[in-house]
Design a protein around this ligand. Structure first.
Ligand SMILES: [Zn+2]
Ligand SMILES: [Zn+2]
Length: 74
């Protein structure tokens, strides 16, 4: 899956945690590359937020948005 802002493709996932961010925008799961995270710090403002705890740590599962912080399913 490419970066949703610049279409850059993740080349080498490598070992350990990836510098790529996983987020949900308009109920679509997206990836954001490290370059966009650095050059466009406002990217986080475009993310969907949990209606319960306002966290942006969301993931899509079976068409639902699941909050990784509080577990809310919306
Ligand atoms: Zn990018
Ligand atoms: Zn939450």
């Amino acid at each position: 899956m490419p970066c949703y802002r610049c279409e850059r493709v993740q080349t080498d996932p490598g070992k350990g945690s990836s510098p790529w961010a996983v987020a949900v925008v308009k109920r679509n799961q997206v990836l954001v590359c490290p370059v966009c995270q650095q050059e466009h710090p406002e990217w986080v403002e475009e993310l969907d937020r949990c209606p319960h705890c306002n966290s942006t740590r969301l993931k899509m599962m079976l068409g639902s948005v699941i909050c990784k912080s509080c577990g809310a399913d919306s």
